[in-house]
Design a protein around this ligand. Structure first.
Ligand code: NDP
Ligand code: 8X3
Length: 254
């Protein structure tokens, strides 16, 4: 019987690359995001290309009731979830707290913290049965802070804390808990953060070689494919040109 991975936020970026990587390795997949058209297309493509099964979770992770009701109704053949990748997340805005936008703050807190909690709480009973593995996607922003990062960094510090808390609480159940903390990865992340401004978003990645989503998908797969007695607590992965959060060496051929 194939193993099953539920990855949140597969409609673009890191989650999408992780979904394809797991499918290539023979996992059946629960695909999640809010954009139904992308989910439908992705499900079709993954099934055709890799011959695995997919199940679509078109759910906004911010909505605790929607998440729990999806999990309550998950068909029996999809309940044996082996891997949960808590990836759905975003940054909104890049300014000082004084000029902070409450909608931006709420979106980040509700998605990156509460959304991750909703999904994790609902799935723990299923993961206990499989002795599964949770991989939380944090960030270098959860290890350090940078100018304009304030609330986003705060949410990712919370993910770092929750990653440790989950590991303590779930070890006895045989559930492994790991995190991946990336630096700058070129995805739709900056487009979302900068309210759809394509020029500004592209500028974030100018003059250095950023990470790509596949770099992080490879790391997630590495973590999950270790033998059962090995738990990678966390991996922090940066572009060579980004030695610290908010510090990028540009135009030096790196
Ligand atoms: P993308 O914007 O490319 O992807 C984000 C994904 O999250 C999309 O699939 C989006 O789907 C989904 N998502 C967002 N909000 C929700 C929601 N409320 N409910 C369900 N799904 C949601 O960004 P990345 O791939 O870069 O980001 C993935 C994760 O990686 C995030 O947690 C981010 O903080 C983290 N990260 C990113 C870094 C980077 O530089 N790119 C660096 C460090 C960490 P949809 O819009 O369809 O709902
Ligand atoms: C995003 C990482 O370095 O682009 O989580 O802010 S960074």
């Amino acid at each position: 019987m194939s193993k099953i991975a539920l990855i949140t936020g597969t409609t673009s970026g890191i989650g999408e690359a992780a979904a394809y990587t797991f499918a290539k390795e023979g996992f059946d997949l629960v695909l999640n995001g809010r954009r139904a058209d992308r989910l439908t297309e992705q499900a079709k493509e993954i099934e055709t290309k890799y011959g695995v099964k997919t199940y679509t979770m078109q759910v906004d992770v911010r909505d605790a009731e929607q998440v729990q009701s999806f999990v309550n109704q998950i068909p029996a053949e999809w309940q044996a979830i082996d891997v949960l990748v808590n990836n759905a997340g975003l940054a909104a805005g890049l300014g000082n707290l004084e000029d902070g936008d409450l909608d931006h703050w709420n979106r980040m807190i509700d998605t990156n913290i509460k959304g991750l909690l909703h999904v994790t709480k609902s799935l723990i009973p299923l993961l206990k049965k499989t002795k599964g593995h949770i991989v939380n996607i944090g960030s270098i922003a959860g290890k350090e802070v940078y100018a304009g990062g304030n609330v986003y960094c705060g949410t990712k510090h919370m993910v770092d804390a929750l990653n440790k808390a989950m590991r303590r609480e779930l070890a006895e159940a045989g559930i492994r808990v790991s995190s991946v903390n990336p630096g700058a990865v070129e995805t739709e992340f900056s487009l979302v953060r900068l309210d759809g401004d394509e020029a500004k978003a592209a500028n974030v990645y100018n003059g250095f070689e950023n990470l790509v989503a596949q770099d992080i998908a490879d790391a997630i797969w590495y973590i999950v494919s270790r033998p059962k007695h090995v738990n990678i607590n966390e991996l922090t992965i940066m572009p060579t040109a980004q030695p610290a959060a908010g510090l990028v060496i540009r135009d030096k051929g790196l």
